[in-house]
Design a protein around this ligand. Structure first.
Ligand SMILES: NC(=O)c1ccc[n+]([C@@H]2O[C@H](COP(=O)([O-])OP(=O)(O)OC[C@H]3O[C@@H](n4cnc5c(N)ncnc54)[C@H](OP(=O)(O)O)[C@@H]3O)[C@@H](O)[C@H]2O)c1
Length: 288
């Protein structure tokens, strides 16, 4: 089986390439600087795919800077929608399964329950709107696809909420963290394992095609997540943690408050249950 991964230098792309290689899968990971790896170069992408003839295409490339997307709307849509539509068209042309990632930010976060796949998306920011447009492009393309909406992704060695919190706890005496945003910090490694479960099942059974929610098990607030990280890093137990509401920080993009995803459909379909969010975070904290 041949798997082609776009965005191979990102958190998910890197974890996925490493894991698939370790399982003996024939993987070609492409990042922006490879020929055919810049997903904005539509014709080059098409050539790379038609030469490699993958059975599975994984798109881990995305415009992920949520605040920058507010001022670079066209760029965000080019990567998160138009380039994704092209990947889906190429996947259809070679008969490959497309595994694509979307986000909890397609929801407005207003309801109290964990979001299900059937809930109505209503993104609050340009990033979320561009990712929702990308989902629609995949669904309408006619290719075989599994879209995984994931949340609060982290991996060691990358900039994300967990590694940023570790820096704050090392450098500051007092850290203000929002207490009203709920979600599940999700390890890129768990996403890689989930993708393998998806591929194994979807290559045998096309009836599983669709949109799924995937995250590490359990929910937390950003504040409690930082408190957990602080409890693991005993060295700076004297840092003051101050809970604040989201409105305290004047960021360009509005964030949904409730980012909790109901992952029941994924678990029932693919039989894979992720680790607790605490186990995933611990791995990122203590990675050497
Ligand atoms: N991070 C999160 O908290 C989060 C939450 C929910 C959903 N997601 C989704 O999960 C997926 C994976 O996210 P991630 O956390 O792994 O993101 P990431 O670490 O930011 O990686 C995204 C990768 O895409 C690459 N990229 C951007 N534009 C490209 C282009 N034109 N051609 C090729 N590559 C390009 C980036 O390359 P450069 O480094 O060169 O820019 C980067 O390596 C994305 O679909 C994202 O929307 C992420």
């Amino acid at each position: 089986m041949r798997v082609m991964v776009f965005g191979a230098n990102g958190q998910v792309g890197r974890a996925l390439c490493k894991y698939l290689l370790s399982t003996g899968v024939d993987v070609r990971g492409l990042s922006r600087d490879h020929n055919g790896g810049d997903i904005l170069q539509l014709a080059d992408v098409e050539v790379a795919i038609s030469q490699y003839q993958p059975n599975v295409i994984v798109n881990a490339a995305a415009f992920t800077n949520v605040d920058l997307a507010e001022s670079q709307v066209e760029e965000a849509y080019a990567v998160n929608e138009a380039a994704v539509a092209n990947l889906a068209r190429c996947a259809k042309a070679v008969g490959a399964l497309l595994v694509h990632f979307s986000t909890d930010f397609v929801f407005d976060g207003i309801d109290e329950h964990p979001w299900g796949e059937e809930d109505r998306p209503n993104p609050l920011n340009a990033y979320g709107r561009s990712k929702l447009a990308g989902e629609k492009a995949v669904v309408q393309s006619g290719c075989r696809y599994v879209v995984l909406r994931v949340s609060w992704v982290h991996a060691p060695g990358h900039k994300n909420f967990i590694t940023s919190a570790m820096d704050w706890l090392k450098e500051k005496n007092s850290v203000r963290v929002v207490h009203d945003q709920w979600g599940s910090p999700t390890s890129a490694n768990d996403i890689a394992w989930a993708v393998k479960a998806v591929i194994d099942r979807a290559m045998r059974d096309s009836s599983v095609d669709g949109i799924y929610h995937f995250a590490n098990e359990g929910f937390t607030t950003r504040f409690d997540c930082v408190r957990f990280i602080a409890s693991q890093l005993h060295s700076r137990s004297n840092v003051e943690l101050v809970p604040v509401s989201s409105s305290t920080f004047k960021l360009p993009a509005q964030r949904p408050l409730n980012c909790r995803l109901d992952t029941g459909k994924f678990k029932r379909t693919f039989g894979y249950i992720a680790r607790s969010w605490q186990d995933g975070v611990r791995e990122t904290i203590f990675w050497k």
